[in-house]
Design a protein around this ligand. Structure first.
Ligand code: TNX
Length: 599
């Protein structure tokens, strides 16, 4: 791989900025000290571990067996060993945080030290040093690593309401997060288009609410065209418990989201008494913001408290996401009950009506020993200090929250919406809109610059959101999140001074290969075409792909390039005519293809 890379570098000279890195770790650790020599996995190794590291030993063992057919002996007495250790109280005062670890690789041993979360992250780093192919005899380079994250909330969100994703896929999603040291899984379980979690007290929520008769075809809002294909599915409480446990083993906390008082049409279709009026609601088949909302009466609030009591017993994490976004006034404006409530409670605006609803729910959640988190709209009508704010309509919500003393998680659309398009290539598969390329994700700094040191303590971190209006398969989710999630992991974990986009790109190749080995789809970056004018109506063309191991093929006659088209090996000299017709594609070693790009 290296030789070919250097060859490419020499041949295409002018265009390449990508430099392969020796330890291609993502996210980049705090400190990597290269060593000499290697640890050899060709011989039997054993894993020794402290009692608290039991599950980590199990995880590592299973991973080695699955991908490399290496079968270490747990707790055996062999000389070559991997040791998973708690930090020694006196000897390891270097390790101070929960997610912190040290990893030391010598010819005889691999020692990972930290809390159980820390060691888990050390294991992820170790796994990235292993080859990206399923071989059972290999060496990894000696080194010393010391590492800890920049932010404590390193999140990914997944919308399982607009489309339903299987238990198996949700587990895969959790695995993908874990490989990159992400630790908060925001699970969007209810919306207008589907209710996806079993609630024992209200069986119609899933009997009716988890089924939508069809979905709008692409963006045919008006005139509306439906696809006449039902979408359904929900998670039973047993399945939820299984997923929660699966995530916990990977040091991932699940934040369940139950939307209220907007985005609730599926619940209202099941129980129309949740609305202020009307009884003929259906699980919505369109995208956008529906007019119907929950009615802020004490019965409805009680109903939602009952739902939350089941949610709270299923999810051990401290946060319950109560939605709170995009609540239109229309339904409330036409309601006598709401008018009475506003009069009785002296509420002036509909934002205050929403605040009244959310505050009651919050009191309940607090009484159960948990905290609420909600989208930034909940700031508008006034919210208590203990609520955490998810800043999505830009960063202003997060800044305002931190200034008021509320915690905030940053997820601004411009940097964190992985349902937005990754390129402006007309061949890009349908996406919701927007434009969020890899380098823009990488450029994001979740810490707003206008905060004081004290205020900035309230910024817990950030997360990317994966809304699934236009994503109906696991394969497409993977396409939408990779490689962008790798950039996000670095934004959240890596110290600011260690961030460097081109260095990150140099580490990506290994990760494309690892994704492949782990059976994960990703978007092969488009070929980049650069044109330089030369004398005599000629142009010099350089082409490159961020996936450096991919072969670039091109045509000059307007036809679509394939693997049998000309291979790009060095800069081309073309006429203006040829230039206009140039089309290129990158095809990886494993046969994955980029979109075709036209000059
Ligand atoms: C806005 S982000 C929404 C979602 C949509 C998303 C599409 C947020 C709190 N609300 O309901 O799915 O835009 O990008």
């Amino acid at each position: 791989m290296k030789l070919k890379f250097i060859l490419c570098l020499l041949l295409s000279g002018i265009f390449f900025q990508i430099k392969a890195q020796q330890y291609s770790i993502i996210p980049q650790p705090v400190m990597v000290i290269p060593g000499t020599g290697t640890f050899d996995f060709s011989y039997s190794v054993n894993i020794v571990f402290d009692k608290e590291q039991n599950e980590n030993a199990d995880y590592l063992n299973q991973y080695l067996a699955k991908y490399y057919s290496v079968r270490p002996i747990l707790g055996g007495g062999m000389k070559k060993k991997i040791a998973l250790r708690n930090p020694g109280i006196q000897t390891d005062n270097l390790i101070q945080h929960d997610d912190e670890y040290t990893l030391s690789i010598t010819g005889d041993s691999i020692i990972i030290k930290g809390s159980s979360a820390g060691v888990f992250y050390g294991i992820q780093t170790l796994l990235q040093l292993m080859p990206a192919e399923k071989i059972s005899s290999f060496q990894i380079p000696c080194c010393d690593i010391h590492d800890y994250p920049r932010f404590s909330w390193r999140g990914m969100h997944l919308d399982c309401a607009r489309h339903f994703f299987s238990v198996e896929f949700v587990k895969k999603y959790i695995d993908m997060m874990a490989y990159y040291k992400l630790n908060m899984f925001h699970w969007h379980l209810t919306d207008d288009q589907g209710w996806r979690i079993e609630i024992k007290q209200y069986p119609l929520l899933t009997q009716i609410g988890s089924y939508r008769k069809e979905t709008m075809v692409e963006k045919n809002f008006d005139p509306y065209i439906g696809d006449k294909t039902p979408v359904d599915g929900f998670y039973t409480q047993e399945q939820v418990k299984e997923i929660v446990q699966y995530a916990a083993k990977r040091h991932i906390t699940i934040v369940p989201e139950i939307e209220m008082p907007g985005h609730s049409q599926a619940a209202i279709a099941a129980y129309p008494e949740l609305a202020c009026y009307g009884n003929n609601y259906e699980v919505w088949t369109k995208w956008g913001v529906t007019n119907v909302t929950l009615c802020p009466t004490s019965d409805v609030i009680q109903f939602y408290e009952n739902i939350l009591s089941e949610i709270i017993s299923l999810f051990p994490g401290k946060y319950i996401h109560i939605g709170g976004d995009e609540v239109p006034d229309d339904h409330w404006k036409n309601s006598k009950q709401v008018a009475e409530l506003m009069h009785e409670k002296n509420l002036q605006t509909y934002a205050q009506v929403e605040a009244y609803f959310i505050n009651q729910i919050e009191q309940y959640v607090i009484s159960k020993g948990k905290k609420i988190i909600g989208w930034d709209e909940i700031l508008e009508g006034g919210v208590s200090q203990s609520a955490t704010i998810m800043s999505w309509r830009g960063t202003e919500g997060g800044v305002a929250a931190a200034k008021k003393g509320n915690d905030a998680v940053m997820t601004p659309g411009k940097y964190c919406y992985f349902d937005h398009c990754q390129s402006q290539n007309p061949l890009e598969p349908i996406c919701i809109g927007g434009y969020l390329p890899l380098d823009t994700v990488y450029s994001y700094d979740p810490m707003p610059s206008q905060l004081s040191a004290d205020e900035s303590m309230h910024i817990l971190g950030a997360q990317a959101n994966v809304w699934t209006e236009y994503i109906s398969t696991g394969d497409k989710i993977e396409y939408m999140i990779f490689p962008r999630m790798l950039a996000l992991s670095e934004v959240l974990w890596t110290q600011k001074k260690n961030m460097d986009y081109w260095n990150f790109i140099g580490r990506l190749e290994k990760h494309f290969e690892l994704l492949n080995m782990r059976g994960i789809n990703y978007r092969v970056p488009d070929v980049k075409i650069e044109v330089r004018t030369m004398d005599g109506n000629k142009f010099m063309i350089g082409m490159s792909c961020i996936e450096t191991d991919a072969m670039i093929h091109y045509t000059l006659d307007g036809s679509n390039p394939t693997e049998t088209s000309l291979s790009y090996l060095e800069p081309l000299t073309l006429t203006a005519e040829e230039c206009k017709k140039l089309k290129a594609i990158a095809i990886t070693k494993s046969g994955k293809r980029s979109l075709i790009i036209s000059n």
